[in-house]
Design a protein around this ligand. Structure first.
Ligand code: NI
Length: 257
């Protein structure tokens, strides 16, 4: 039994075979999936998936690369309304992205801060996207008191030093495809040190496919490969790591057994 804590199964990349892909995930033992809606296009499609499948849950938020497109007041109110939906379990993915640089940093900061404040007001955990912005992400989480609600650092790529700060802020650390890559020295080192009760696995499908599917389309069934890598690094069985990470996911997102 596994939980894919971060996926984009509403992506057009699945338009030809979405049903079959979701069926493969179920056959691979995926018990629940948290699908992420992160902008004007993907929030409605995420909600539609969550309404269609009982085992698919939703997180909704505004992605930092799309920060310039956000109508702050209006879209915050939209996200707030959606948070009342029983399948919406978190706000995200939100955060900072200094890699793509499609939205100015100051705009990203405002959008990020406002959504942390909303999450605190609603008592929802946060799903964090952080690319090449480790220090500022941690600083803003700290300044906005995100530890009150906690959440998950999705597809974590930082150092152990950064991971420690995130753990101190009441966040879980999630690993996906990259931790299966042979040359992924840092993520493997960090995973080794993350306490078992704060560890999650994910796919980020259709992106970041694990070995041996690297470079191809990712799908939720492959969360098993990330779990296998985590089991090996932690010196546990796949069964043990699946049980531990699923329990963590249920605790964080309030998912039923
Ligand atoms: Ni994502």
């Amino acid at each position: 039994m596994l939980i894919d804590t971060h996926a984009h199964l509403d992506s057009p990349k699945f338009d030809d075979d979405r049903e079959e892909m979701i069926a493969r995930a179920r056959e691979a033992g995926v018990d629940a999936i948290v699908n992420i809606g992160f902008n004007r296009e993907t929030i409605p499609t995420t909600m539609a998936l969550a309404e269609k499948y009982p085992f698919i849950y939703a997180a909704v938020g505004w992605h930092p690369t799309d920060a310039v497109d956000m109508k702050l007041e209006e879209d915050l109110a939209w996200i707030e309304r959606l948070c009342a939906h029983p399948k919406v379990r978190a706000i995200g993915e939100i955060g900072l992205d200094y890699y793509w640089d499609t939205s100015p940093k100051d705009v990203q900061h405002v959008v990020f801060r406002e959504q942390i404040r909303l999450a605190r007001r609603l008592g929802k955990p946060i799903v964090i996207h952080n690319r090449d912005a480790h220090e500022d992400t941690v600083r803003l989480l700290r300044e906005e008191k995100a530890s009150e609600v906690g959440g998950v650092m999705h597809c974590f790529s930082g150092s152990w030093e950064i991971a420690k700060m995130c753990l101190d802020l009441n966040f879980y650390i999630s690993f996906g495809g990259p931790v299966t890559f042979k040359n992924a020295r840092v993520p493997k080192e960090v995973l080794k040190q993350v306490p078992l009760d704060r560890l999650l696995v994910e796919t980020d499908a259709p992106y970041l496919a694990p070995h041996p599917h690297r470079g191809k389309r990712n799908e939720s069934a492959y969360v098993r490969l990330a779990a296998e890598a985590a089991a090996e690094i932690k010196g546990l069985s796949l069964e043990e790591i699946s049980e531990i990470t699923s329990e963590n996911a249920r605790r964080l997102f309030g998912l039923p057994r």
